[in-house]
Design a protein around this ligand. Structure first.
Ligand code: NAI
Length: 317
């Protein structure tokens, strides 16, 4: 079992994976940041005569994520130099490098099948004793563990960071019945001492603690808005400054988190909870479904409830 963590690998270089990589690198860790291999060339890559087999193309998503980290406001990196500790790569060519990692953390799309498939592919490449964790917003940790061989399960658990991970202190740590209690206390202590997090140990229930409450609150607000005929700005004003939150209120929070992630969390809770009142409250209004159909998933798409200025992904303005 690891006694400290010097090298981490973050799988998924999207909104959360890239910012978690930034946090870890800012705390002195060497970080390998991997994402999927693109299946088409950008116009710029075509102009430069690159092909799909070029390593620069194959690792493009993670490379661009590191560039984005340097530009984001508020900054996810404590110093600009921390970005140099992040090595971009891809999930096809670089899996053998996971052998060097003390901690492998996944932050790929919120889809159980995708995450299980990823763990199956990762398992042959990690050393016994490597901490393995998922940043899922609320999918079952135990169900992900099923994709791992029995000898790796004692080192697998949920580590749920909140967006933006540099600024939000909470970290939910979610063990499964198979997780070694020593691994839980090691992760808790490392996250507290080195990453500066406030750790809460959560049970492996649908969406754990904060999202279970938060998603319910957002869903109830969306219903109240329709009932009282309020607009987006009015709801943000009431649920923002009026409640002591500077600006990240209902719709700005939804844009920041991503409507796709919110919808996944709401559906996942709805499918797994017994209380009919909670299930009713979590039914998504038709306009959210329509926004999802249009790809208006929030800041990361440049369009959610608010338009987003290109290149500033992760800002709440
Ligand atoms: P995202 O959509 O920004 O990033 C997901 C990444 O997964 C992308 O870079 C994508 O290329 C990659 N990916 C897509 N298909 C894949 C596949 N088949 N195999 C491997 N990688 C694939 O999503 P985001 O928001 O970063 O969420 C990632 C995870 O973190 C999810 O589990 C989400 O529920 C969780 N989370 C999200 C929060 C948020 O505020 N957005 C907060 C806390 C947790």
């Amino acid at each position: 079992m690891a006694t400290t963590i010097r090298r981490a690998a973050v799988l998924g270089a999207g909104l959360m994976g890239s910012q978690i990589a930034a946090l870890l690198a800012s705390c002195g860790l060497e970080v390998l940041l991997l994402d999927i291999v693109p299946d088409s060339l950008t116009p710029e890559e075509q102009r430069r005569g690159l092909t799909l087999s070029d390593p620069r193309v194959r690792s493009r998503l993670a490379t661009q994520a590191v560039e984005r980290l340097r530009r984001m406001k508020p900054p996810p990196l404590f110093t600009a130099e921390a970005a140099d500790r992040i090595t971009p790569g891809n999930l096809e060519d670089d899996l053998p490098r996971l052998r060097e990692a003390d901690w492998v953390l996944e932050a790929v799309v919120e889809d159980l099948g995708v995450k299980q498939d990823l763990w199956r592919r990762v398992a042959p490449h990690v050393q016994p004793g490597t901490v393995l964790s998922s940043n899922t917003s609320g999918l079952s940790i135990a169900a992900q563990a099923e994709a791992l061989p029995a000898e790796l399960r004692p080192h697998f658990l949920g580590t749920h960071f909140f967006n933006p991970p540099r600024y939000l202190k909470l970290l939910e740590v979610i063990p499964t019945p198979d997780t070694d209690p020593e691994v839980v206390s090691f992760v808790r202590s490392f996250a507290t001492r080195v990453l500066g997090k406030g750790v809460v140990i959560a049970r492996d229930t649908p969406n754990f603690i904060a999202n279970r409450i938060g998603t319910y609150g957002l869903a109830v607000t969306l219903r109240a808005m329709a009932r009282f005929g309020l607009g987006v700005d009015e709801v943000d004003a009431i649920t923002g400054p009026a409640m002591g939150r500077p600006k990240s209120a209902t719709f700005r929070t939804l844009d920041l988190v991503g409507l796709d992630v919110f919808a996944h969390v709401a559906r996942n809770t709805r499918a797994r909870v017994a209380d009919p009142a909670e299930r009713d409250a979590l039914e998504l209004p038709p306009y959210i479904e329509e926004m999802l159909r249009r790809g208006w998933t929030g800041d990361k798409a440049g369009q959610g409830f608010f338009k987003k200025v290109k290149g500033a992904s992760g800002e709440s303005e």
